[in-house]
Write a protein that binds this ligand. Sequence first.
Ligand code: SAH
Ligand code: SF4
Length: 410
Amino acid sequence: MTGPLAASHTDGGAPAAFVEKRPLQHFVAPEKPSLVGLTRAALAAALGAVGVPERQRRMRVQQIWHWLYVRGARDFEAMTTLSKELRTVLAQQYTLARPEIAAEQISVDGTRKWLLRLPGEIDGRPHEVECVYIPETDRGTLCISSQVGCTLNCTFCHTGTQRLVRNLTPGEIVGQVVLARDRLNDWERAAAPTGQDEKRLVSNVVMMGMGEPLYNFEAVRDGLSVVADGDGLSLSKRRITLSTSGVVPNIARAGAEIGSMLAISLHAVTDELRDQLVPLNRKYPLRELLDACRHYPGASNARRITFEYVMLKGINDSLADARALVRLIKGIPAKINLIPFNPWPGTRYECSEWEQIERFSEVVFDAGYASPVRTPRGRDILAACGQLKSATEKLSASERLALRAMAMTD
Ligand code: SAH
Ligand code: SF4
């Protein structure tokens, strides 16, 4: 969700809401591993490692699963269906830790953004990723990250200017969902009987934060399998969307092994332009990408593929581009998501004029495609993935203090 969440402040200038920000400190790796986010098989192995006999493991996994992902337990003592001995042994060896929150911001429109600090350090700075929650009337979407940084260098994307630091683990991927449920007090609502998914605050997950999920395939697959598990967090695969810049060989694999909804960062209708905007296009050009979409399992009118299209002024926003776009995706059950470009310091691009976005959207709509333009959300908290992190990095210590003081008075 880098796109919708514009970087500029609202008209008044000052951040409207600010809850918590802790000063940077060097990250100390946890002594004990967390059980949050392990697959059932990995959890069974963790139980085996502390002496739980093989024949009991399945049942214990099921019990712990329920405490972790239905009840939101944060310590082993709460797990009253386990014996006292087992709880003690588990607490000696493991934790139920979620990713550490380095900063939390809440926008006047309810958008929340967390800067998360993960184990590891580069150039004296901790590994950090972002996670954004966007409430809407009929759903609440959590945008999560898959990597610290990115290997790809899409020229309009701020994450693309950062080098890849590392892949997230399945635990860190699931941890973002668990943490959002914690912070939003969503556990009770989320445990409501099936069919009432819309009552949950976190009802949808999009993998549109930092990183290219299909270059961290196994961890993303395993993490999303935990998120989708019907005895746990229970987010249906139709409510999980994975966005890719076009790692063609892994698209079919994602269809077979993950089965979520698919979003493609298209952004251009010719190879010539897409080669510049999304350099991965040189490896996997448009024809191959669209072929992979045509064969994506389960794509149907009820399960459309989303094509993301960032609106860049004078680059890809002409009406001829709009017409070429609908020709290009002909025959694919699709939605087109027009994303106003979200500028960042040093970028060479500008966002298209609003009128041009509307005209572009009309062409797409007239061709029979839903073409929602993502409304910018969380403007007052710089709620764009890749932007809270950069904003905190850019600020000097005294500026950070000033920002904090200003925010505290709101
Ligand atoms: N790496 C994946 C997912 C993360 S990016 C991908 O590229 O699809 C999520 C979406 O935000 C992508 O469509 C991406 O192209 C878009 N995006 C990145 N930077 C942006 C910016 N500055 N403004 C608008 N959208 C942006
Ligand atoms: Fe940014 Fe996605 Fe491109 Fe990586 S692949 S640089 S996250 S748009």
